[in-house]
Design a protein around this ligand. Structure first.
Ligand code: NCD
Length: 309
C-alpha cells in the first residue's frame, strides 16, 4: 500500500504517468466516471480549506465514489483530545482512502504509520503540500508544454508557504530549472530548502527582494499569500502582508508568454485586474487540481485503466 506524504514519494517517471493520466481524464471524463463506484474517500481537514478539500471531494464524486469526513478540528473528536493515530485506525474501518490536512508538520506521516488505507497529505503546517505540487506540475506541463528548461520566480511568503517548499523539491528533479526566490528578508526560504536542496544540489538560484527586477527573465511566476495563520504576532503580519502586489503595471515587465500561477486563496498579492490577462493561469490551475486528484486516487487505489498503465 502506498501513501503520498511528500512530493518525492513518486519518482519522476511515476509523476509523468500520473500527469498523463490526468490529461486523459481531462479529455475523456466519461471513461472514468464509474471507476470508484462503492469506494469512499475520508476527507480529514483539521485546518481551513476550500479548494483542496472540495477538489478532493469533487474528484472522488467524479469517479463515482462517495465522501465522508469533517472540515474542522473543532467538529471532530480531536476537540475531545483524540490522537491522529487513533482517528486514522478508526477511519481505516470506514473508508478506502483518506486525505488529511493538519496544522502540525508530520501529522499525515504519523497517521500513515497506523493506517491500513492510503493516506494523502493535503497540507501539513508550513511543511509540504504534495497534491498542490502535482496540480502545479500538471498546470505548467499542460500550459507551457514542458517541465524542464524553466526559469521560475517564487514570490511572497517563502518561509511559511508550504506549496513553495513542495514545488521546489519537485521541480529540482527536472533539467535546467532556475529558481528566482523573491521575498522580503524576513520571509526567505527556510534553510532546509536553501541549503539542503538548492545549495547541495548545485542548483541555479538567486534570492532577490524586487519583483520588477526579477520579472523579465521568468517563464513562470508563482505568487503566494503571506501566511497569516503561521505568524507569531499580528503586527509582523500587517507589516508584511502587502509586500508584493502584482498588477497590470508590473505585468509590463514580463515576457509575453510568462505564466502566472497562485495556489489560491489570494488576498491582495494579485490585483483582480490581472485576471483578464491571458497570462493569468491561476483559475485554470484550480481545474487541473481536480484532474490530478482524480488521477492520484485511481493510482493509490490501483484502479488505473489497463490502457493507461
Ligand atoms: C495553499 C495552502 O493551503 O497551503 N492553499 C491551497 O491548498 N490551495 C496556499 C495558501 O493557503 O496560501
Amino acid at each position: 500500500m502506498r501513501h503520498l506524504l511528500n512530493p518525492l514519494d513518486f519518482s519522476v517517471e511515476e509523476i509523468s504517468n500520473l500527469l498523463d493520466l490526468a490529461n486523459d481524464i481531462e479529455r475523456n471524463p466519461d471513461k472514468y466516471s464509474k471507476l470508484c463506484e462503492g469506494k469512499k474517500l475520508a476527507s480529514l481537514f483539521y485546518e481551513p480549506s476550500t479548494r483542496t478539500r472540495l477538489s478532493f471531494e469533487a474528484a472522488m464524486i467524479n469517479l463515482g465514489g462517495s465522501v465522508i469526513g469533517f472540515s474542522s478540528a473543532s467538529s471532530s473528536s480531536a476537540a475531545k483530545g483524540e490522537s491522529v493515530s487513533d482517528t486514522i485506525r478508526m477511519i481505516s474501518c470506514y473508508a478506502d482512502i483518506c486525505a488529511m490536512r493538519h496544522p502540525k508538520e508530520g501529522a499525515p506521516m504519523v497517521a500513515s504509520l497506523k493506517s491500513s488505507i492510503p493516506v494523502i497529505n493535503a497540507g501539513d503546517g508550513g511543511h509540504q503540500h504534495p497534491t498542490q505540487t502535482l496540480t502545479d506540475l500538471l498546470t505548467i506541463r499542460s500550459l507551457k508544454g514542458r517541465l524542464d528548461n524553466i526559469t521560475i520566480g517564487l514570490c511572497g511568503d517563502l518561509k511559511f508557504g508550504r506549496t513553495v517548499h513542495s514545488l521546489i523539491n519537485a521541480l529540482a528533479r527536472y533539467k535546467n530549472i532556475k529558481f528566482v526566490l523573491i521575498s522580503p528578508a524576513e520571509l526567505r526560504i527556510p534553510s532546509y530548502i536553501r541549503e539542503d536542496v538548492l545549495e547541495k544540489g548545485g542548483f541555479d538560484f538567486e534570492e532577490v527582494t524586487d519583483l520588477e527586477v526579477a520579472m523579465p527573465q521568468l517563464d513562470v511566476l508563482y505568487m503566494t499569500r503571506v501566511q497569516r495563520e503561521r505568524f507569531f504576532n499580528e503586527e509582523d503580519y500587517i507589516r508584511m502582508k502587502d509586500c508584493y502586489i502584482l498588477d497590470n503595471e508590473k505585468m509590463k515587465f514580463a515576457k509575453d508568454d510568462m505564466l502566472v500561477l497562485h495556489p489560491l486563496p489570494r488576498v491582495n498579492e494579485i490585483s483582480v485586474e490581472v485576471d483578464d490577462d491571458p497570462r493569468a493561469g491561476y483559475f485554470k490551475q484550480v481545474q487541473y487540481g481536480v484532474y490530478v486528484r482524480m488521477a492520484l486516487i485511481l493510482t493509490l487505489l490501483n484502479l488505473v485503466p489497463e490502457d493507461m498503465k
